[in-house]
Design a protein around this ligand. Sequence first.
Ligand SMILES: [Zn+2]
Length: 286
Amino acid sequence: MTWLILFAFGLAIGSFLNVIAVRYDGERFLLGEKTLGGRSHCPHCGRTLRWFELVPVASFIMLGGRCARCKVRIGFQYPVVELISGFLFAFVPYRLMAFAGASGGMSVLVAGLWVVAFEALLLMSLIDIRLGIIPDELNVFLAVLAVFLGIFTMGSLGTVNQSFAGLYAGPFGLQGIFWLNRLIAAAFGGIFFGSLIAVTRGKGMGMGDLKLAVPLGLLFGWPDILLAVAFASVIGAAAGIILVLAGRKKMKSTVPFGPFLAVGAAITFFFAAPLISWYFSLIGLR
Ligand SMILES: [Zn+2]
């Protein structure tokens, strides 16, 4: 029952994120009057939406994915983002419970902050896909969140780093001191993307990716940030090849990398340990 309520709440927040992402123009403050003010309306005919057109996912299905008046198609982005948000609200705390189970439990506060972090990454992805930029205020927000999360995580789990890679984190070192671990991870994010930008002269990655990687490192620690970047690169390369083959992109055109970093972070959070275990068995190391 609790999971259902969390899921439903997540759907509503997802609907809210859709509104911010669509209204944001890249110039004003992300949560300013322009993104938050005013009722929701159809972008095509401008009619203000009534309550039954604002129910996450259900409205989209009942109206057949079209505006009730002008019948213009409503993008699949809306229900998909709502569902992703719903799943984050339910499964992020679920994953943390499983993760911390052995070491005495994770506080509700820590779970809540992780949900907020992933919702921020979801919003960042939507904006990066639409505008090709990552708002600075989202990066600052993630960094501040990472500091609070670190403080409360240490409160409930102790001073040793808690990697989502579990026992596989050991060989990567730096697991003994929590904040040193986080700082090294943030530095790694900055240096990795900084050198990529320098080598490709800014054609591969943008400064936005660098500015995102630093708070992401602070949030995830070492070696989780390394895993997140690795997963992001593999998926990003695969997606790039598919887009080029499908004729949707040219070899030279850039693909926003922020969403891949968010997906890489999510894969690390949910599946790092089983994926590494599977990889080792694949190459015969187990
Ligand atoms: Zn309309």
